[in-house]
Design a protein around this ligand. Structure first.
Ligand code: PEP
Length: 253
C-alpha cells in the first residue's frame, strides 16, 4: 500500500500568533536561510498575513496556506473567507477540522467535509485533521473513534490528484501538551487511516499523505516520521521560531 513513499510534508500551524508584519519578517528570514531539502514546507499563517507571507517567501520553495476556510463558495457569510480568496493570494494548503475548531467553534464532521470539498473545488489542498481525545485513548477506543471521524470528515470528498488530499492524525491529548505519541502510536494510526483511504480511494491511498501532529519538535520529528505510513508532521508550538523549524529540517535531512 505504500509502494513509493510520498514526499514528506512539514506543515507549520501558527494558530493565532504573529501579526502580518511579524509573519512577513519571519517569511523573509526563512527565504534567506532555507536550506536545500527534500521535505515540502508549508506555512499555515493567519489569513490576514497571507499576502505578506506570499511576497516574502517568493523564491524560497516553501508553500503557504491558511488554518480554516468557509464551507461556502461566496455570499452572505459575514467574517468568512472563501477557498477562492485563499487560492487568489497563492495559498496551496488549508487546514480543516483542527481539534481547536471542532472544540471551540462546534465544527462537526459534516462541516469539516464541506470545507474539504470547498477547498478541493477551488484548487486548494485540504489538510483534514482527525484524532481522539484522552478518554477514547484511555478506553482503548482511539482507533475506532478516529476512523469513524475520518470517514465522516471525508463524506463526498473526491479528487483526481491524490497528492491534493492530506490527512493529519492529531491526538488531542498531545496537542500543545508536550506529551507526544510514540512513533509506534503514530504508525499504528497512520496505517489504520491508510486502510480507510484504501477503502474510499482504492487507486490513490498510497499517495495521500498522512501526517502526525502533537508536540512535534526538532528532537522528536525524525523518530515520529519513521513509520512507513507517516508522511510528515503538522507542527504547532515548535513552528513559531525559525530556529526550531530549521532544526526540524536539519533533523530530517
Ligand atoms: C497543532 O495545533 O496542530 C499542533 C500539533 O500543536 P503542537 O505542535 O503545539 O502540539
Amino acid at each position: 500500500m505504500t509502494a513509493s513513499k510520498p514526499r514528506a510534508l512539514l506543515a507549520l500551524n501558527w494558530k493565532m500568533n504573529k501579526t502580518p508584519s511579524e509573519a512577513g519578517a519571519w517569511a523573509k528570514s526563512l527565504q534567506e536561510e532555507m536550506p536545500p531539502t527534500d521535505v515540502e514546507l508549508a506555512i499555515l499563517a493567519p489569513a490576514v498575513a497571507l499576502p505578506l507571507v506570499a511576497a516574502e517567501l517568493y523564491g524560497s520553495g516553501a508553500a503557504f496556506g491558511a488554518q480554516d476556510v468557509s464551507a461556502h463558495a461566496s455570499g452572505a457569510y459575514t467574517g468568512e473567507i472563501s477557498a477562492a480568496m485563499l487560492a487568489d493570494v497563492g495559498a496551496t494548503y488549508v487546514i480543516v477540522g483542527h481539534s481547536e475548531r471542532r472544540e471551540y467553534h462546534g465544527e462537526t464532521d459534516e462541516v469539516v467535509a464541506a470545507k474539504a470539498r470547498a477547498a478541493l473545488t477551488a484548487g486548494l489542498r485540504p489538510i483534514v485533521c482527525v484524532g481522539e481525545r484522552l478518554p477514547e485513548r484511555e478506553a482503548g477506543r482511539h482507533v475506532t473513534y478516529t476512523l469513524d471521524q475520518l470517514r465522516a470528515s471525508l463524506t463526498g470528498v473526491s479528487f483526481t490528484d491524490p497528492t491534493t488530499l492530506v490527512i493529519a492524525y492529531e491526538p488531542v491529548w498531545a496537542i500543545g501538551t508536550g506529551r507526544t505519541a510514540t512513533s509506534a502510536d503514530a504508525e499504528e494510526m497512520a496505517a489504520a487511516i491508510r486502510g480507510v483511504l484504501a477503502e474510499l480511494y482504492p487507486d490513490a491511498a498510497g499517495s495521500v499523505r498522512v501526517l502526525y501532529g502533537g508536540s512535534v519538535k526538532p528532537d522528536n520529528v525524525r523518530e515520529i516520521m519513521d513509520g512507513p505510513n507517516v508522511n510528515g508532521a503538522l507542527v504547532g508550538g515548535a513552528s513559531l521560531q525559525l530556529g526550531s523549524v530549521l532544526g526540524m529540517l536539519a533533523a530530517l535531512a
